[in-house]
Design a protein around this ligand. Sequence first.
Ligand code: HAM
Length: 414
Amino acid sequence: MDIQSLRGMPDLFPEDLEKWHILEKTLSKVFHSCGTKEIRTPLLESTELFNRSVGNSSDIVNKELYSFLDRNDKSISLRPEGSASVIRAIIQKKQEHEKHKLWYQGPMFRYERPQKGRFRQFHQAGVEYLGYEEGLSEYELISMVIQLNQQLGIKKYKIKINHLGDQDTKENFCNALKLFLEPHLDTLHEKDVARLESNPLRILDSKEESTQNLLATAPRFQDFLSESPKTFLTNIVQHFTDQCDIAVDSSLVRGLDYYTGLVFEVVSEDLGAQDAFLGGGRYDHLSKELGGKSMEAIGFAIGLERIIDLMQIQPLQNVQKVAFITVGEQDQQKTYKIAHALREANLSVTLDAFLSSATLKSQLKRANKNEHHFAIIIGEEERELEKYLWKDLSAHGDQELLHFEALIDKYKNL
Ligand code: HAM
C-alpha cells in the first residue's frame, strides 16, 4: 500500500512551524489593528458555489478543483480559495445589508502541476471588506498590504494594479479583441483559442510567446477604459509611490472570473517563476450572482508558503532548554513540580528528565550534547539538604545550591 504523502501536499515540521507561528501572529496582529474580525468557513463546499463564483472559464474550476460525490451523490469540492465561501456565509446569514471587515486563514486546494512555490495544498490568509463601495477601501487595503510587508521585513516587492472597468468596458473590449484575433487563429496558442470563447480577457496575461507577439498590435484594454477608472489608478499610484514600488499593469486581469473594478497583485523577483505572493481586487457582483442581495466587496489573499520565503524575521530562540538530572529514582517526580511552577510563572521552558540509571557525569554530557542551556541536578548531597544544584551549561558554568522557591525565582529573573 502506498502511504506516501500526496504530490504537492507537503508536511510542515516543528522546525518549519517556528517561522509559520511568527507569520500567523504578525498577520492577525495587523488584521486586528485594522479593525477586521476573523471568520472561519468549512473546507468543503458544494461544487456549484465555485462554478458560480470563481467561474467556469477559470483554470481553477476547469481543471484544478478537487471535486467528488459525497455519500448522497452530491458534488462537493475542497475550497480552492476563500472569498466565495465568505460571501456564501454572509448571504446564508442574511447580512448582505451590513458592513463587514473580515479575515480568514487556512488551507486551500488546487490540482495544479506542483513546482517551486506551487502546491496542491497551500495556505492563504485573506481579508474581505464587504459593503464598502469603490473609493477609500482600495486605499485602505493597499496600505494594509504595505504595513504587512513592513512588519514581516519584506522590502523587495512590487505592487501591480489595474482596473477592469464596468460590464460595458469589458464587453466592448472583448468584442474588439475577438474581431482582431479571429483571422489569426492558426498563430494563436491553442490554450488561448479556447479562452477566446470562454474569457477573452484572460488572453492578455497569456504566457505564450506566439500570443504575446500577436497582442503587440491588438486593441489595448486601457483604450477602452473610461477616464474615471484611469484617474482612480493614477491617483492610487501617486498616493503610494513614496512608500513602495507601485505601477499600473494593463495586462493584469487575474485568474478568477468574479472581479469587477480594481485588481492588484504583489510580486517579488526573489520568488522565481511563481512570483505573486498576494492577489486581490473588487468583486461587487458576486453576492447577487450567488443569489444574495447586492453587496459591494473587495479583498485580497496572501499565499503563505510564498510570503514565508521572503520573510526576513528569524525565529526567536527564547525557549530555555533545561536538563533535569537525578541519581535516585525517588527524585524524578520532582521534575513535574518544577515544570509546573515554571509554567505557572509563564516561563518558556522545556524540561527534559534523563534516566537516572546513567551516572551524573554521563547525564551532564548528554545535556551538553543536546544543547541544553541549564541543568538542575539532585545528587545524594542535594537530596539530604532538600536543595537543587542549578548549573549554567554555557561557557560561564556558574552554579548555585538553591531551595525550591529560590530556584523558581532564579528562572524568573534570568
Ligand atoms: P489568487 O491570486 O488565486 O487569489 O491567490 C492568492 C495567492 O495565493 C496567490 O498570489 C499565491 O500567492 C497563492 N497561491 C495561489 N495558488 C497557489 C498554489 N497552488 N500554491 C501556492 N500558493 C498559491 C485568490 O485566491 C482570491 N480569492 C483573492 C481575493 C480575495 N480576491 C478578493 N478577495
